[in-house]
Write a protein that binds this ligand. Structure first.
Ligand code: PLP
Length: 388
């Protein structure tokens, strides 16, 4: 399996190389040349597998340049009961109204980002060791990403983490999670300012190719393909838990920010998992809801992004969205270059015609919630089912 860039100007690359990449050199995002197709017979066989076994079967289709025994070992060490609390890794429970909840946040930092980041930590260590390379991860966080990355990379050989966070602006819980780590390769840097100021420093470094090269700077942000592919696995796992047989369809509702999580759902559906709908759930920052309702993509700047009670979703320029639009535009990189030139110019674009053309093929639909909606839902579910 080789990987291509959504902007079309990057040579086809194997998984191990894509794993260590942020943006492609042409400014695009990396995707597999094609999505492996899973037939009914294979699905039937996968239904009986445990989580690491299922992860292996899915990932070996995308990771063809790591020997299978090594991949299996990485996954067996990643998806353990010790790290995720149960053997099921992502257990599914059913509410009295029939809606099912798949628990993705039982990992070491209690953020769903652990699902992918724990894999990334072990995969980075493996690839760096094999190639005799070192990597300095530079990142910015307002909470979830930073702690998940630090717990995944602590003590790993060949990797240092330099994580910028806004001084005094994170939750006390996440501050304690991050700042109490004593591992020699973890460096927390509190920046006097807001999250955006941290992000600006990272961007400035990212734009300095010579500096990046000299100091082996890498990232762990959500455009990393290794994170997306690890997330594809739990859509299959959730589907098997929620159904009795592979005739059934399941819809997934996915709280979305950078479109990474639901992009993995899109890939699972394209592989042939019987997903009916992918519901993109946003908060008050509803750029994606607007797109799926009207076809208009109008990214906003930080001055027009609300600070809400669900800060991991306070995003108005969803980086992984480009991966879906690439598929929507029949994988034509020229289209992507044109559309993102509009985005860079501070405008946006309108793809209603493309959404109309594909009809229900991709299964996307969307909705938004307000702070009051969220409190009411949490309260109602707790009263009804004593589930929090
Ligand atoms: C990261 C995160 C999100 C957004 O996920 P994306 O993959 O960026 O769409 C939503 N909720 C929580 C709690 C998160 O940590």
């Amino acid at each position: 399996m080789k990987y291509i860039s959504t902007r079309g100007e990057t040579a086809h690359k194997p998984f191990s190389e894509v794993l260590l990449m942020g943006l492609a050199p042409d400014g695009g995002l990396m995707l597999p040349e094609h999505y492996p197709q899973i037939d009914r017979c294979t699905l039937d066989r996968w239904r009986g597998l445990d989580y690491p076994g299922l992860a292996f079967e899915i990932m070996r289709l995308f990771v063809t340049d790591i020997p299978e025994d090594d991949l299996r070992d990485i996954l067996d060490r990643t998806y353990t009961e010790a790290a995720f609390g149960t053997k099921e890794i992502t257990p599914v429970r059913t509410l009295s109204d029939g809606i099912k909840i798949q628990a993705l946040s039982n990992g070491p930092t209690l953020a769903f980002k652990d699902m992918a980041m724990q894999f990334l930590g072990n995969a980075f260590e493996y690839v760096l060791n094999k190639e005799g390379k070192k990597l300095n991860i530079l990142g910015a966080t307002s909470g979830d990403t930073g702690s998940a990355a630090e717990y995944a990379l602590r003590g790993k050989k060949g990797v240092n983490v330099f994580m910028l966070s806004p001084d005094g602006k994170m939750s006390a819980f996440q501050r304690a999670q991050m700042y109490s780590l004593q591992d020699g390769n973890i460096h927390n840097i509190a920046v006097k300012g807001m999250f955006d100021d941290c992000q600006d420093i990272v961007k400035a470094v990212q734009n300095d190719a010579a500096f990046k090269e000299k100091y082996h700077i890498g990232t762990v942000n959500s455009i990393n393909w290794g994170r997306i592919v690890a997330q594809v696995v739990y859509y299959f796992a959730g589907y098997f838990k929620a159904t009795q047989s592979n005739d059934e369809q399941v819809s997934f509702c996915v709280p979305s920010g950078n479109f990474g999580n639901v992009c993995a759902g899109h890939i699972a559906k394209q592989m042939g998992l019987p997903i009916r709908r992918l519901i993109v759930a946003t908060n008050e920052n509803d750029v994606l809801d607007e797109f799926f309702k009207t076809g208009a993509y109008r990214p906003r700047n930080s001055a027009h992004t609300y600070v809400t009670s669900s800060p991991s979703m306070d995003i108005s320029k969803a980086s992984n969205f480009e991966r879906f639009v690439f598929d929507l535009m029949d994988r034509d990189p020229q289209e992507i270059n044109t559309l993102w030139a509009e985005v860079a110019a501070g405008k946006g674009f309108d793809l209603q015609f493309a959404l109309d053309k594909v009809g229900g093929k991709y299964g996307f639909t969307s909705g938004k919630s307000t702070h009051a909606d969220r409190l009411a839902t949490i309260k109602q579910v707790y009263e009804q089912d004593q589930e929090l």
